[in-house]
Design a binder for this molecule. Structure first.
Ligand code: FVH
Length: 292
């Protein structure tokens, strides 16, 4: 006899299908629904119950997971769930913004459901392994009740009762990756322009990654305290190096706009009398005017 919580999955794209397959594999009675019904067939063949409507699917389980393309899809599906979610926990794993998450939380409360917003950091093949991250936020009681089931999906973290916090975490982590990777691409362009093998260079950069965790942590500590030691050296010295870096890019015909932006920030800090502080101190210049 199974004791695993029954789960419903609404949305059977690449990710929703991976979620449903994982719940099935871990022994959860699983009900599925998808707008295009043919996408339910492989899951029904694997043992899921394919419901005819989103509302029928939601009524089948105490835990209802949505994994849809975007906010428009979520709003359409929620519209079909009125009257079907009372007493249930809605877990929305669709990518979206903090304000959308807070709006869905209000909708769930008005319809008698608990709400958890979750975001997915990883690809479908990793669902069910520790190598995919699921930050959650929203109802603490619902998280506690369903934590064990949610942990079947991957590495789970809980960020607080404000439903928007999982999206804050997701968007911030994704932003770090994009900011870092665009810098990396610029550098590969530079290295290639100089006739260096980009693959070998990439391997050397990868080998330097273990140096970063300590730096990231100490920079966040400096920002939190507002005390800026000369990390990476004093800005006075770094600014001179930036001129060399910008000149090198320009001479190699490689875009230097982001480096010039960094140099501009350094020059402003130096002009304000902070040339002895480190790179972290640029944080002071990154708020829109008038905001702390
Ligand atoms: N796949 C990935 O690698 C990434 C990893 C990081 C996080 N994302 C997010 O996960 C959400 C779902 O992504 P997905 O990969 O499953 O996306 P698709 O394969 O394109 O499937 C989309 C599903 O959404 C359904 N859908 C779209 N519009 C509507 C609508 N108006 N009403 C109802 N359902 C809708 C679609 O249904 P159908 O086209 O088959 O009828 C699919 O089930 C996403 O937020 C990623 O950012 C995945």
């Amino acid at each position: 006899m199974t004791t695993a919580t029954p789960v419903t999955v609404l949305g059977l794209g690449a990710m929703g299908s991976a979620l449903a397959r994982t719940f099935l594999a871990k022994g959860h009675p699983t009900t599925v629904w998808n707008r295009t019904a043919s996408r339910s067939v492989p899951l029904a063949d694997a043992g899921a119950v394919a419901a005819p409507t989103a509302a029928a699917a939601a009524k089948a389980s105490p835990l209802v997971v949505l994994c849809l393309l975007d906010g428009t899809a979520v709003e359409e599906v929620l519209g079909a769930l009125e009257g079907a979610v009372a007493g249930r926990t809605l877990v929305n794993l669709t990518s979206g913004s903090p304000s959308q998450a807070r709006e869905y939380e209000r909708w769930a409360r008005e319809h008698g459901a608990a709400y958890l917003d979750g975001k997915i950091m990883g690809d479908p093949p990793y669902v069910g392994t520790p190598d995919i991250m699921f930050p959650f936020s929203g109802s603490r009681d619902a998280f506690t009740e369903h934590e064990e089931t949610l942990r079947e999906l991957g590495t789970v973290t809980y960020h607080g009762e404000d439903a928007g916090l999982a999206a804050v975490e997701f968007l911030a982590q994704v932003a770090v990756a994009y900011e870092l990777l665009i810098g990396y691409l610029h550098t590969l362009r530079l290295v290639q322009a100089e006739g260096v093998d980009v693959e070998e260079f990439g391997a050397r950069v990868a080998a330097s990654v273990p140096a970063y965790p300590a730096l990231l942590t100490s920079m966040a500590q400096a920002v939190k305290r507002g005390e800026y030691a000369p990390d990476l050296g004093p800005l006075d010295v770094q600014a001179a190096l930036m001129d060399d870096m910008i000149g090198h890019r320009e001479s190699a015909g490689v875009e230097a706009v982001r480096m010039r932006e960094v140099k501009k920030l350094m020059d402003r800090r130096i002009a304000d009398g902070h040339g002895g502080q480190g790179f972290s101190s640029l944080f002071e210049l990154l708020a829109p005017h008038g905001r702390p």
